[in-house]
Design a protein around this ligand. Sequence first.
Ligand code: GTP
Length: 390
Amino acid sequence: MTNLDATTMVLVLALGNLALCALLTFYDHGPVRPPALGAWALSKQVQAGAWTLLALGGASIVPEALALPGGYALLFAGVALEAGATFERAGRHGWRRPMVGAACLAILVFFACYLIDEQGLRSVAASLLLGGFYLAGAAALARGWREASLLQRFLAVLTAVLALVVAARGLSVLLLPGGWRWLSNDLLRMLSNTALYLLMLANGYGMLLLGREGAARELARLEVVDPLLDVPNRRGFFNALAPWMALARRPGLPTALVVLDLDDFKRVNDGYGHPAGDAVLRHVVELCRRQLRDSDLVGRLAGVEFAILLPRTSADEAMLVAERIRAAIATSPVKSERAMIAMTASFGVTVIRPEDSNVTLFQRADDALRASKAAGRNRVSQAAAASADV
Ligand SMILES: Nc1nc2c(ncn2[C@@H]2O[C@H](COP(=O)(O)OP(=O)(O)OP(=O)(O)O)[C@@H](O)[C@H]2O)c(=O)[nH]1
């Protein structure tokens, strides 16, 4: 009965992994091509091959002497690849070498156990090694626990628990060959097979859902962040501005707004090409950041127009900050492939007034910016001061 269960389980794992591979293949060739699932999809293909070979061996279609070592070698390679893919997802890109080493070592250990003792030692090695690889995957999922979503945390815990169940079977065969009370080795074998099945399901659904979650998070981020410069875009900047607009209606230190527009930027694009223009934009943002406090905020309003929010800053202080940034831009040409690209920017400075709306605030700052442009560019102008501005 248990033998039949084990054979059926291997067949179910083979079919399950093959079905997942088919889904991934069609998913990857749909009309909207998702980002390649890469190493993880490959790990599933290798595991599907492994379980299929083991199932064919179990059904005596392929000689067992070939199916068992071949199937397990593929299986270790597949789960090592899967653990590696999970590390890759967690931002650890140096996973390849250690995982290839671990997979080779696992295959060698398994072959050694297989040669020493076909039955007992072999299943001890297989359970411990598989459990170890899945635990590594759980560790990768648990990285960045604080920022991780509930789904990711759940998957980390579930994978760890199931990996321990898989490994426990090997440990029990090794330490308690006769089982322990009601926990017989047959029961542990069944639990271990069920854990492997659940790991296939949990990892399959989990990785696809985590992928969707990541894509949704990136989409939400792109609504408020400029992808080229990684600073808030117009919407993101206005979102960040809102509480400071509200605070301006209460007595206290003012909040200043600086708008800046790069001068004659068309010349850069026309003369050096769009990529060089992009490099100049990144350089300008970096220069701004270096001149600002952590509490200040740079945003990209449109094209080559930027805004800087300076909380708790008077108009005079904001003029000094803007002047510092202007000087930094004017004296830090950007090295491109063909030349050093000199750049200047014009600035408009104002502070938020209690009666301001976004429209009146930016109108005033833009008027000051236009005055800088009209006066010959590469300069800072302050908006006409109201009596309350300090
Ligand atoms: N490389 C690059 N260029 C951009 C980007 N966004 C806008 N531009 C270019 O920036 C230039 C902006 O031109 P304008 O602001 O109208 O004028 P300007 O040439 O800067 O001249 P003034 O503002 O009058 O000093 C246009 O040529 C846009 O194509 C971008 O993301 N990358």
